[in-house]
Design a protein. Structure first.
Length: 157
């Protein structure tokens, strides 16, 4: 019986040499998709709003605005877009959270929000309204995209 018998196949040196040479190829293959994914987001040609109220979370209103292109894909909302939330007399609005927009609570109890960035595709404003049944608040959105202005009137029950 031989102690140092050679078996047919690839030696360990060949495997190590092949692995070392292929490392730059693997790194280049990984970097390519990152460069391909850097396509600029288009400006919005359409926009949509949504509003929901969660009783479970203490009557928090979740108001959203989303920009989209002609294909329905997310698109950039224009800087300067505003949202104004105005309470009826006797209604208090408490800001809970805001994403994608700069929000100010005004001395008269209204909430003003403005998009100041140029990279925003959607915004969310969460607030808690309280007041007597039958009263409410209005949400007016102004965007430099047709139909330009939308007002939603909400009645508390």
């Amino acid at each position: 019986m031989q102690e140092n018998a050679r078996t047919p196949g690839i030696s360990r040196r060949t495997v190590v040499l092949g692995a070392a040479w292929s490392a730059p190829v693997v790194a280049a293959a990984i970097a390519t998709p990152l460069a391909a994914a850097s396509i600029a987001t288009p400006a919005a040609t359409f926009w949509a709003t949504g509003a929901t109220v969660s009783v479970v979370s203490g009557n928090v209103t979740n108001y959203t605005v989303e920009g989209s292109d002609a294909n329905g894909d997310l698109a950039l909302l224009p800087s300067g877009t505003t949202v104004m939330i105005v309470p009826d007399p006797g209604v208090t609005l408490q800001l809970v959270n805001a994403i994608g927009i700069v929000v100010t609570t005004n001395p008269d109890g209204s909430i003003t929000a403005v998009i100041t960035g140029s990279d925003v595709t959607n915004i969310r404003i969460q607030f808690r309204p309280t007041g007597p049944s039958g009263s409410g608040y209005s949400i007016t959105t102004n965007i430099n995209i047709d139909p330009f202005t939308e007002t939603i009137d909400v009645v508390l029950r």
